[in-house]
Design a protein around this ligand. Structure first.
Ligand code: ADP
Length: 582
């Protein structure tokens, strides 16, 4: 054993002898291979606890660095954190080679602590997000007292993976959470399910603590949520005071309240505001929804066992199409591993928004983005859900102020603020805070999802033919969006909406060309005269066609406009895009 470690042991000897229970520590040391069964027997044969402690220390002084580290780790795991800290500064350095042998970045000790606490392992295909991980670790280092770290972000942004990764750190565990890291997956559940989850956590904690102290008894499972909360409070306070509880994927304030027991908690959620209803110190980390392009490509490459530089050209397009969503990239990567020739097909599937085909069973809660999104929307109140679905009218990459939504929803500005806050908190909507007033926008994937959801609803509803007057209420926004935009003085946005062939196609299909023509006349004064002329001309010439069902191909129709027309220009672009997509 190196000199520093040896003298530290000698200095701390009397404190250690006073407190440690050798029998607990020896189990760990035997499993680390630094103590033999014979040695253990000899120590156990000593009549008193103190003599056993003295004998263990005596033996330890004759052993090597590895034994010192194992003894230190055993102290940490047995909640002798104060004693472990006496030895901490003299811990011998482990060679980099030895550290590397733990392939997932943690030391053997870290792996043992995390697996005991039920923390999931890294996904098989994994890329590191060092800046984010460090941000979470930094918050955890500061969590000296009971309190909460919220890790929030949209569905599939990698929150659970990140939370587990942040805990996978030797220094963090030994310095801050020597009592362990205890993971509990939550998800959407009712009170009875929640009780079962807490019962199983209590059982796990009691069992582990009984292994360490056979004199402590196992209790019958708590019978009610209140009892479960008290049991957990007792366990965390008395048996695991220096530990971290990780609650993965919390949806509901009633759930988080059940864990308001004065301990240190990290939880992942889509709803940023959940921490508001519990007590203690709070901090939060936002998880960006997308990976950097390089990281996303690396995931694809790992799935297909190739090098990122050698991926086919569609790889970049796939990443771009889903904005680097870890969930979608992994889902597609997993599919490509099975069907390596399908790059173009999956790219096309993504472009067509056929999310339901991008399915792959996974060990995580949601195996397809649509399910994850649908689940997010499902938890909104009915009223908010309807308002959220109205957001389909937002155009891609257009950010709007609250005022527009106030006219769209016909609500008072204060009410709108509340609704928007709810959506932003649940990662269903994004807020651009660089502008005053704030601007709101949807992630492309969310917009696509909403459009898809609405389209199938509309298709189903109107498969019998164009809507009758009784159906018009649900088409409110298609009808009045232009009106509301004009009223809110969003001239520029109104122009880009009305001068878009996509908008013309959708509105004509749902409401018929007459409404569209009416819009161009109505807002003629604020639209560019020449471009307005192009669209009006197109509609007047093709109005009868646009009444037909099946609905004609608008791009084809528009290509017969003069070259100088804006309608022609957009149609040409779309036709070219179709051609390159194949
Ligand atoms: P969330 O908790 O935000 O819903 P998860 O952490 O469950 O998201 O991640 C969703 C999926 O994305 C995972 O199943 C995994 O396949 C993939 N993923 C997330 N983070 C990473 C990462 N760093 N490297 C590789 N894949 C990742």
């Amino acid at each position: 054993m190196e000199e520093g470690a040896r003298s530290c042991l000698l200095q701390s000897r009397s404190s250690l002898e006073q407190d440690i229970r050798a029998s607990y520590l020896m189990d760990h040391m035997i499993s680390d291979g630094v103590l033999t069964g014979d040695e253990e027997d000899r120590i156990r044969s000593k009549p008193t606890r103190k003599e056993q402690a003295a004998a263990l220390l005596e033996l330890l002084l004759r052993k090597d660095n590895q034994a010192y580290i194992s003894f230190y780790n055993a102290l940490v795991r047995e909640s002798y954190g104060d004693l472990a800290s006496l030895l901490h500064n003299s811990l011998p350095l482990v060679s980099p080679e030895a550290e590397k042998s733990f392939s997932d970045g943690g030391t053997r000790y870290v792996q043992a602590v995390l697996s005991e606490g039920g923390v999931p392992q890294r996904p098989v295909v994994f890329v590191s997000r060092p800046a984010l991980v460090n941000r979470v670790r930094e918050k955890l280092y500061r969590l000296q007292e009971p309190g909460w770290v919220t890790v929030f972000g949209m569905a599939g942004s990698g929150k659970s993976v990140l939370a587990a990764e942040a805990a996978r750190d030797h220094a963090l565990i030994t310095e801050c959470f020597p009592g362990g890291v205890h993971w509990l997956s939550i998800g959407q559940l009712d009170r009875s399910d929640l009780l079962v989850r807490i019962q199983s956590l209590c059982f796990r904690l009691e069992q582990q603590s009984q292994e360490k102290d056979p004199s402590s008894s196992l209790h019958r499972p708590p019978g009610s949520l209140e009892e479960a909360k008290e049991r957990l409070r007792f366990l965390m306070l008395r048996r695991y005071p220096r530990s971290l509880l990780i609650l993965d994927d919390i949806w509901d304030s009633s759930v988080i309240k059940a864990f308001d027991i004065q301990c240190r908690v990290l939880f992942t959620t889509r709803d940023r505001s959940l921490a508001d209803c519990v007590s203690g110190s709070k901090s939060e980390v936002a998880v960006e929804s997308g990976l950097e392009e390089d990281q996303a490509l690396e995931i694809l490459a790992l799935y297909v066992n190739g090098k990122p530089q050698r991926l086919p050209e569609q790889a970049r397009s796939i990443v771009r199409e889903c904005k680097g969503s870890p969930l979608v990239v992994s889902l597609i990567g997993a599919l490509l591993r099975e069907f390596p020739d399908r790059w173009a097909y999956y790219l096309h599937t993504l472009q067509q928004k056929k999310f339901k085909r991008i399915r792959k069973s996974s060990s995580y809660d949601y195996d397809a983005l649509d399910q994850a999104m649908a689940a997010s929307i499902q938890v909104l109140s009915e009223e908010h859900r309807e308002l959220y679905i109205d957001l389909t009218v937002l155009e891609k990459d257009v950010k709007v102020p609250a005022k527009v939504l106030s006219v769209l929803w016909d609500l008072e500005p204060e009410e709108v603020e509340d609704v928007l806050q709810d959506f932003v908190n649940k990662s269903l909507l994004f807020r651009d805070c660089h502008h005053r007033p704030y601007l709101y926008y949807l992630h492309d994937l969310q917009l696509d999802f909403l459009a898809e959801m609405n389209r199938s609803g509309l298709e189903q509803r109107y498969s019998q033919g164009p809507p009758t007057s009784g159906d018009e209420e649900c088409l409110y926004w298609f009808r009045f969006l232009t009106y509301h935009m004009a009223k809110a003085n969003l001239t520029q946005e109104l122009c880009s909406l009305m001068f878009s062939l996509d908008w013309v196609r959708t509105k004509a299909q749902i409401m018929g060309p007459a409404h569209l023509i009416n819009d161009y006349v109505e807002y003629g004064a604020i639209l560019d005269k020449e471009v307005r002329g192009h669209f009006q001309e197109f509609l007047s010439l093709n109005g009868h066609q646009l009444e037909q069902r099946p609905f004609p191909d608008v791009v084809q129709l528009a290509l017969s406009q003069p070259d100088s027309s804006e309608v022609y220009r957009q149609a040409l672009l779309q036709a070219q895009e179709r051609a390159t997509r194949g």
